[in-house]
Design a binder for this molecule. Structure first.
Ligand code: HEC
Length: 108
């Protein structure tokens, strides 16, 4: 009992931090310059992308590839719009960061 209470208290401290870390990451990497959470702009919204990829076995791998290489290198445009530029035109995203972001997008 005591342990689970302590665990609950710990999660209350940790969870908001994790959410903020993800949002700060996509801000820092300038993803939000083109993407928004809910509304399509220059790029499809993260919710729309999540809806498309949810449940597909290769979702994370495919998203990481696009996040790192842009969409022209991964057979895009996938969304009938512009392509997503490669990393020569945006801040570098590491493999680990891309994986963290892909997981976060899938939860939107
Ligand atoms: C210069 C504008 C721009 C920036 C900056 C940008 N994107 Fe994109 N992104 C796009 C466009 C446009 C598309 C749609 C591409 C297509 O149809 O192939 C897209 C598509 C995507 C997709 C969907 C790929 C697919 O195959 O469904 C993901 C995931 C994504 N972006 C994540 C990110 C992340 C994470 C960042 C920040 C590291 C980012 N984008 C930064 C323009 C941008």
């Amino acid at each position: 009992m005591k342990t689970s209470l302590r665990f609950a208290a710990l999660m209350l401290l940790v969870l908001p931090g994790a959410v903020m870390a993800n949002e700060k990451l996509v801000q820092d990497k300038q993803c939000m310059g083109c993407h928004a959470l809910k509304e399509d702009g220059a790029a499809p919204s993260f919710q729309k992308i999540a809806k498309f990829w949810k449940g597909k076995g290769n979702a994370e791998v495919a998203m990481v590839a696009t996040i790192r290489k842009g969409s022209a290198a991964t057979g895009g445009p996938h969304w009938n719009k512009a392509t997503m530029p490669d990393q020569s035109e945006r801040p570098l995203v590491s493999e680990a960061e891309a994986r963290q972001i892909a997981k976060w997008i899938l939860k939107q």
